[in-house]
Design a protein around this ligand. Structure first.
Ligand SMILES: *[C@@H]1O[C@H](CO)[C@@H](O)[C@H](O)[C@H]1NC(C)=O
Ligand SMILES: *[C@@H]1O[C@H](CO)[C@@H](O)[C@H](O)[C@H]1NC(C)=O
Ligand SMILES: *[C@@H]1O[C@H](CO)[C@@H](O)[C@H](O)[C@H]1NC(C)=O
Ligand SMILES: *[C@@H]1O[C@H](CO)[C@@H](O)[C@H](O)[C@H]1NC(C)=O
Ligand SMILES: *[C@@H]1O[C@H](CO)[C@@H](O)[C@H](O)[C@H]1NC(C)=O
Ligand SMILES: *[C@@H]1O[C@H](CO)[C@@H](O)[C@H](O)[C@H]1NC(C)=O
Ligand SMILES: *[C@@H]1O[C@H](CO)[C@@H](O)[C@H](O)[C@H]1NC(C)=O
Ligand SMILES: *[C@@H]1O[C@H](CO)[C@@H](O)[C@H](O)[C@H]1NC(C)=O
Length: 404
């Protein structure tokens, strides 16, 4: 019975990546191949127009993967790399927004780069030089190329109220945690309601974590504000004392303060943390399931009466319809948190009209895997227990949907 009271939360690293339509994923990158050969700066401009840059490579795994997956399509490719001096890879800089040097990783053929040949760099995908980088003239040679997109959306597992929450169990001080969040276009989390506070409390399930860092900070007059500059309109501070630091942590355990309450903590101490960023195109409704719900884009929804048990709230099955305007994509759903009662099921259908589900999830076999529809739509029917239900345990779920 223990399984019923545990929340099954799966945190697979900090985040994964969803690519824009037309791009394929390559490890953590979103890439798109262009088979029309162009001169370096023309290719560079095409990638710029597509809100990205020419291919960059920062490790041997990506290098081998690119060479292997493109060897049948082209012999050479532009890399977004330019060099300044002979046989000196650290004089080469990637033409991306960070302008990083190739000193840390490069795979030049012995004796390269050679500026006399050209300042630009190509990569061989086939033959005996496969995977090797050689110098090439930027202006006289036209080559096929790969653009890398800068608009990767984070594959958001935890969605509520139009925001995406990204937990990290990797402990950091306030500055580093805020920087790590900013890398994801997010900020350390701000909290505006008891529901949101509960949601964040339930996000990290790890018995060895007592406190998580949140985005509240105190000034010298003990006035509290949020790092994302949202209004401080909800206060759940259990203990506040400038002597214990100017930042705040949320307690996951009842000890100095109650579980869920906030307590002063040092800016320089390392704690796990949660980031939050707005999702533009998504809404979430905590509904009583009397009406079907339609969702476009990416987002999430939660079980009726969330964060409390749904048992007793719905008087009928709940229907959710998710849809992407991109007809070539596949609608997908997963459940980062799901504890169904023994009589409940969630059925997934390839189409709004389908009567036969392609997948049925129950209390025994639900999981956080992606379930993909055969089409760009999916019907989701939640059949909760309606009679003689288990009211001892808390049953709930968080659904997160997107497109592949
Ligand atoms: C490349 O072509 C060969 C021979 O046609 C084939 O066996 C191989 O699977 C192809 N590789 C890729 C990555 O498409
Ligand atoms: C990139 O960095 C190098 C070395 O610091 C510099 O010479 C070059 O001008 C920079 N390029 C851009 C586009 O900032
Ligand atoms: C190559 O082309 C770029 C952009 O068109 C130009 O700025 C640069 O001067 C050219 N270089 C040479 C060596 O012709
Ligand atoms: C729990 O947190 C600790 C400390 O941050 C970490 O080392 C450990 O891997 C975590 N365990 C799980 C299952 O995530
Ligand atoms: C919040 O406001 C401060 C002061 O105006 C500013 O420095 C900071 O960048 C703002 N933060 C965000 C996330 O907008
Ligand atoms: C969000 O919605 C707007 C308007 O509906 C659309 O133009 C934009 O492409 C959408 N963005 C994403 C990431 O889906
Ligand atoms: C959702 O997408 C469908 C099909 O593209 C469209 O008819 C409908 O108006 C959209 N709904 C909203 C709320 O944007
Ligand atoms: C879960 O169990 C149900 C009922 O036994 C079965 O129909 C369904 O295929 C299973 N789903 C998964 C994902 O294993």
């Amino acid at each position: 019975m223990l399984k019923l009271i545990l929340l099954f939360i799966f945190i697979n690293g900090l985040y994964a990546v969803i690519c824009p339509i037309g791009y394929q994923t390559l490890n953590n990158k979103c890439i798109k191949y262009f088979s029309t050969p162009l001169k370096y700066w023309d290719a560079y401009n095409i990638c710029k127009q597509n809100k990205g840059n020419l291919l960059t490579i920062s490790n041997s795994i990506d290098n081998s993967a690119i060479a292997a997956s493109f060897k049948n399509r082209t012999d050479t490719l532009w890399l977004g790399l330019q060099c300044e001096s002979d046989r000196n890879p650290s004089s080469c800089h990637w033409n991306d927004k960070y302008n990083t040097s190739a000193a840390n990783y490069n795979n030049f053929k012995n004796g390269y780069p050679l500026i006399g040949v050209g300042k630009c760099v190509n990569m061989f995908t086939s033959g005996s030089f496969a995977g090797k980088w050689l110098s090439e003239d930027c202006n006289s040679t036209s080559l096929n190329f790969i653009c890398e997109s800068n608009i990767k959306d984070i594959d958001c597992q935890f969605v509520m109220g139009g925001d995406c929450y990204i937990p990290s169990i990797n402990p950091m001080n306030q500055n580093d945690a805020q920087k790590a969040c900013q890398e994801l276009d997010a900020n350390l989390v701000s909290i505006h309601s008891p529901q949101e506070n509960y949601f964040i409390t339930s996000m990290i399930y790890n018995i060895s974590i007592d406190y998580i860092r949140i985005g509240a900070v105190m000034n010298d007059n003990s006035k509290i504000s949020w790092l994302d500059n949202t209004t401080f309109d909800y206060n759940n501070v259990g203990y506040q004392n400038l002597d214990y630091g100017k930042s705040f942590c949320l307690s996951l355990r009842r000890q100095t303060v109650e579980s869920g309450e906030w307590i002063s903590c040092y800016e320089n101490s390392a704690f796990p943390f949660v980031c939050k960023r707005p999702l533009n195109n998504q809404t979430i409704v905590i509904d009583d399931c009397t009406l079907p719900h339609f969702y476009n884009g990416t987002g999430g929804f939660v079980s009726p009466n969330y964060p409390h048990s749904y048992v007793g709230t719905p008087k009928q099955q709940c229907q959710y319809f998710i849809h992407s305007g991109h007809i070539f994509s596949k609608a997908a759903i997963r459940f980062p948190i799901i504890t169904l009662d023994d009589k409940a099921s969630i059925s997934l259908f390839n189409n709004f009209n389908d009567q036969v589900p392609f997948q049925v999830l129950t209390s025994t076999n639900s999981s956080n895997s992606w379930f993909k529809s055969a089409t760009n739509s999916m019907k989701v029917i939640f059949n909760p227990c309606l009679e003689n239900c288990d009211t001892v345990y808390s049953h709930l779920f968080i659904a997160s949907f997107g497109y592949f």
